[in-house]
Design a protein around this ligand. Structure first.
Ligand SMILES: [Zn+2]
Ligand SMILES: [Zn+2]
Length: 172
């Protein structure tokens, strides 16, 4: 694209336009003029640019991040509490089973820790509202006593099923 840059042909001297200001110079003159012209051009633009940047810097509001790590410790302690309750429930269930086996009175249920409005089942330690608790405790009482007495029968039944005497569920 040398033809586009060639604007004026003055004798044996070719003149080229300055990229910055558009004026035409001979090659050797343009070589000296170019850097000066660019420097002048940048000098003119610089204050405008810095002013613009300054305005942008002050005008943009700083966005503060909201704290979001509050839910985590609550969750953790809740899980811990539930885990402790779970372990206590198992321990008490074992005591219950033992008491039932030996015909002794059941150990008292532990003091309520989660929801005092709910009634805790003394057999499985789960909590229910008043209506559900009455139904469940009766059911759970039967289940618990049956489980204790049936543990030997259950093993016998499983052994029988393994030998094919009882109908087994079809395999896929
Ligand atoms: Zn120029
Ligand atoms: Zn229960």
């Amino acid at each position: 694209m040398a033809e586009a840059q060639l604007v004026v042909s003055d004798g044996n001297q070719k003149l080229f336009p300055c990229e910055v200001c558009g004026r035409c110079f001979a090659t050797d003159v343009l070589e000296r003029h170019g850097p000066i012209c660019i420097k002048l051009f940048n000098k003119k633009r610089k204050p405008f640019n810095s002013l613009k940047q300054r305005l942008q810097g002050t005008d943009i509001p700083t966005v503060s991040k909201a704290p979001q790590s509050k839910a985590q410790p609550m969750r953790k302690s809740n899980w811990r509490q539930q885990h402790e309750d779970f372990i206590n429930a198992i321990r008490l269930a074992k005591q219950c089973t033992l008491a039932l086996k030996e015909g002794q009175p059941l150990p008292p249920p532990p003091p309520p820790t989660i929801n005092p409005d709910y009634i805790q089942c003394p057999y499985c330690m789960r909590r229910f509202n008043e209506t559900a608790a009455q139904r469940h405790i009766n059911f759970c009482k039967n289940q618990t006593s049956r489980r204790v007495f049936d543990s030997n029968q259950m093993a016998a039944r499983l052994a029988a099923r393994a030998q094919g005497k009882a109908p087994a569920s079809p395999k896929k």
